[in-house]
Design a protein around this ligand. Structure first.
Ligand SMILES: Cc1cc2nc3c(=O)[nH]c(=O)nc-3n(C[C@H](O)[C@H](O)[C@H](O)COP(=O)(O)O)c2cc1C
Length: 259
């Protein structure tokens, strides 16, 4: 069983590819009851998550704490756009002990910090590369290698992981800066439907952020079909990313080149 959490689709794609290769299932952990699953030592138990501030998102850690692995082979694939810090080590300590962990470099979806680590060009490059890097990871999972691999930890990873996460929880996880340009908004309600924190509600045809904090997964801002959502002034002019949109571009480019 492969569980995932995602804002903009990278983790879902990764979980689905692994599930396909292991003839297993990929499940969004927000739709699952961790206590309803029973594993044996014949099973694989994987968790795929995006790195947020050098750590796993809170719902991922909370979900994993409630799983009982019962000898299943446990692993995690964290995906990140720049640096992982000790995200996997922390997850293995505080969420679920993992036999192996892999980092996979993927396009950036931060949007709300005033810049992106990627441009459209580097996003496409990362996606073109991701399939073969993921295939190599899957082979190592199948071989049940033990250890933490392919992680880009940066300097002082333990100390910086602590610092970044503290900052994120105290200062960066507030919904207050989110707002919508009502003249652009087409009232489709997608932002409400995709918010995993249920922090967005449609009121009089436009989104309102009804919770003080959210996971800052950026699904609302990146998935808005008319780019009507902003995060203070920080997101202005920053390009919007979803896996589905950019993966389609990669496929179209490949098709055009072939023919
Ligand atoms: C709130 C937030 C914090 C993030 N923090 C980090 C980070 O510390 N290091 C990093 O390399 N990428 C970071 N990212 C980028 C994501 O981990 C990366 O783009 C990931 O592949 C997104 O996965 P998803 O499409 O499944 O949501 C962050 C993204 C968000 C939204």
């Amino acid at each position: 069983m492969i569980f995932y959490f995602t804002g903009t689709g990278n983790s879902k794609w990764i979980a689905e590819q692994i599930a396909l290769a292991l003839k297993d299932q990929a499940v969004n952990l927000l739709d699952a009851d961790p206590e309803a699953y029973h594993f044996t030592e014949k099973d694989y138990l994987g968790i795929v998550f995006p790195v947020y501030a050098y750590a796993a998102p809170e719902p991922v850690t909370e979900f994993a704490q409630k799983l009982k692995s019962n000898g299943a082979f446990t692993f995690t694939v964290c995906n990140y756009s720049n640096v992982t810090g000790h995200a996997m080590q922390r997850f293995s300590r505080e969420g679920m002990y993992v036999n192996s962990g892999y980092g996979l470099l993927m396009p950036d979806n931060t949007t709300v910090i005033g810049s992106s680590y990627d441009t459209e060009e580097t996003t496409l490059e990362k996606l073109r590369d991701a399939s073969k890097r993921l295939d190599a990871i899957i082979e190592r999972i199948k071989a049940k290698e033990i250890g933490i691999f392919e992680s880009r930890e940066g300097e002082n990873p333990e100390e910086n992981s602590e610092k970044m996460l503290g900052l994120f929880r105290e200062k960066r996880s507030f919904t207050e800066p989110f707002h919508v340009a009502e003249d652009k908004c087409i009232s489709c309600g997608l932002c409400e439907r995709v918010c995993p924190a249920k922090a967005v509600k449609m009121q009089d045809g436009h989104p309102v952020w009804v919770k003080e904090k959210c996971y800052v997964c950026t699904a609302c801002i990146n998935r808005c079909p008319v780019e009507a959502i902003e995060y203070g002034s920080k997101s202005q002019g920053v390009y919007r990313y979803t896996f589905e949109k950019y993966n389609q571009k990669v496929k179209n480019d490949q098709k055009n080149r072939r023919g």
